[in-house]
Design a binder for this molecule. Structure first.
Ligand code: ADP
Ligand code: ADP
Length: 239
């Protein structure tokens, strides 16, 4: 289910170092927001706070709020493990489990969530997720091959299939095309347009053209302490 993100007065620190300053941002369900800004301005850091991955980084801490459909992600009663399972993340370098089969890669997150899945349910999830990631036709005859047997672009779509298999509320993508060739990049961009009908998507990109092509809105970040310190300085409607 696609949820609304509402970030309020968010600061992120690594120890004493302020990496993200006073970000306020709303992201509507079933929309794509692109984050753009110079290297080191805190885009990845910010993205990680949206699924509480910052908590696995020594010294990292946040101030402020991030609400998912009104529920505070950092609330005392909210389990960070559950957050990570409901807010999917796709990284710059495709990271399928290399020796695990294609189908087991898709199921990896699902198996963490539910103790037992029947064989037929598992097959259904694999097919649905791979179709959702526009990868089914390319891999349906070799679901038992290892994830590492795929091309880079296919591996990235496999990672997207793994992320959507758990039916997340939000899909975060940190430069998902930076390690890919132009054709694979276009395939991922097309896929993002399709995924938008079901998910709230936030993508980090260093590519202005890509931001314009894929996103409904573009949020510009700046480096903390540079006049317009480290925050969202503008939101454009590019749709
Ligand atoms: P971007 O994604 O925009 O390139 P990052 O979020 O990676 O920016 O980094 C923002 C700032 O925080 C940079 O100055 C970076 O050096 C610093 N930083 C990133 N990760 C860590 C970390 N684990 N510990 C300390 N500082 C970090
Ligand atoms: P960059 O360092 O250029 O931002 P990536 O976006 O590929 O490169 O990776 C960002 C960080 O996320 C790296 O520190 C990497 O180790 C970490 N990372 C990659 N995959 C995972 C994962 N599945 N779970 C947790 N951390 C990951």
């Amino acid at each position: 289910m696609s949820k609304r993100i509402d970030v309020q007065n968010l600061n992120v620190y690594y120890g004493d170092f302020l990496a993200v300053e006073d970000v306020n941002m709303e992201v509507e369900p079933r929309s794509i927001t692109a984050l753009i800004g110079p290297s080191g301005c805190g885009k990845s850091t910010f993205l990680r706070t949206l699924n509480r991955m910052h908590e696995v980084i020594p010294g990292a801490r946040v101030e402020g709020k991030a609400l998912l459909d009104g529920e505070d992600l950092y609330g005392a009663s909210v389990d960070p493990v559950l957050v990570r399972r409901h807010v999917g993340m796709v990284f710059q370098r495709p990271n399928p489990f290399p020796t695990m089969s294609i189908s087991e890669n898709v199921l990896a997150g699902v198996r963490l969530n539910s103790k037992k899945i029947s064989k037929s349910d598992a097959e259904g999830i694999v097919e649905q997720s791979l179709r959702g990631a526009n990868l089914w036709n390319e891999v349906k005859d070799r679901l038992d091959r290892p994830g590492s047997s795929l091309s880079g672009g296919q591996q990235q779509r496999l990672c997207i299939a793994r992320a959507i298999a758990v039916k997340p509320d939000v899909l975060l993508m940190d430069e998902p095309c930076s390690a890919l060739d132009p054709i694979s990049t276009l395939a991922i961009e097309d896929l993002m347009h399709e995924l938008k009908s079901q998910y709230t998507i936030v993508i980090v990109t260093h590519n202005m053209q890509q931001a314009a092509r894929v996103s409904d809105r573009t949020a510009f970040f700046n480096i903390a302490g540079t006049g317009k310190p480290g925050k969202l300085i503008e939101i454009d409607d590019t749709s």
